[in-house]
Design a protein. Structure first.
Length: 236
């Protein structure tokens, strides 16, 4: 049986990456953080001193940026033009720039084909903003993971502190809100819940509870495809 395509969308810091990574691991699927691709382009543009507000320049430059994913055990490294960019992708300047350049159709078009080529064979958990709506509208299971803004702000703040990146809770929360607004209001592939997505509000849930919720839905899908049940025990 063909392995599933699982899409996880939602606003910033809703826990998509942790959930997607864990779910992929338990299913033995590939995990792809599509935001890292936008961040990789942003990182390279900053390196080259290109003004992110200049749409024409960004779109032209983005076409020749080569992005490569290298699997190292359970980690996926992102390489840009033969240089590993992964350690720099969470820097605040890269975050801000990725939010701006992801509104440009030329950038999205380039990344759309990369995402589809990685995931179209199935066996993938892909997370982002438009996976269930644009990248894989035919995904087998779609989740929309959400949480209240203060909870998401706090989670991102703690995550940055753990990574040794200085963070101020109020500022981090405000930046999340601003990015969400940009993501929701952009004309191309805005952040929105796909009609057939399963909504999970992770506000009162820990990671394990989110994963269990997701595994149950995946199991239902597998059971429906196989015409049987009993898979969930193996997945846990
Ligand atoms: O998920 P993230 O915070 O790493 O994403 C970085 C930026 O990329 C975010 O501001 C929105 C954008 N993005 C997008 O537009 N579409 C996606 N599928 C993933 C990310």
């Amino acid at each position: 049986m063909r392995k599933l395509i699982i899409a996880i969308d939602g606003p910033a810091a809703a826990g998509k990456s942790s959930a997607a990574k864990n779910l992929a691991k338990r299913l033995g699927y590939l995990y792809l953080d599509s935001g890292a691709l936008y961040r990789a382009i942003a990182w390279k543009l900053l390196q080259e001193g290109i003004n992110p507000e200049s749409q024409a320049e960004v779109e032209a430059a983005a076409q020749s940026i080569e992005i490569e994913l290298r699997l190292k055990g359970e980690q996926t490294e992102i390489w840009v033009q033969q240089v590993e960019a992964t350690p720099s992708l969470r820097q605040p300047e890269v975050t801000r720039t990725s939010s701006i350049i992801s509104t440009y159709p030329g950038v999205r078009k380039k990344l759309l084909s990369i995402q589809r080529s990685i995931g179209s064979g199935g066996g993938v958990v892909m997370e982002g903003r438009d996976i269930g709506t644009v990248v894989f509208p035919e995904a087998d299971v779609k989740f929309y993971l959400d949480a209240t803004t203060p909870v998401r702000g706090l989670r991102r703040h703690k995550e940055m502190e753990l990574k040794g990146i200085p963070s101020d809770l109020e500022k981090t929360t405000r930046e999340i809100e601003e990015r969400d607004l940009k993501d929701r209001q952009r004309h191309v592939a805005p952040l929105k819940k796909s009609e057939d997505a399963i909504v999970i509000d992770s506000t009162p849930l820990n990671l394990e509870e989110v994963i269990l919720c997701m595994l149950q839905e995946v199991e239902k899908k597998l059971a429906a495809k196989q015409g049987g049940t009993g898979h969930i025990k193996k997945l846990k």
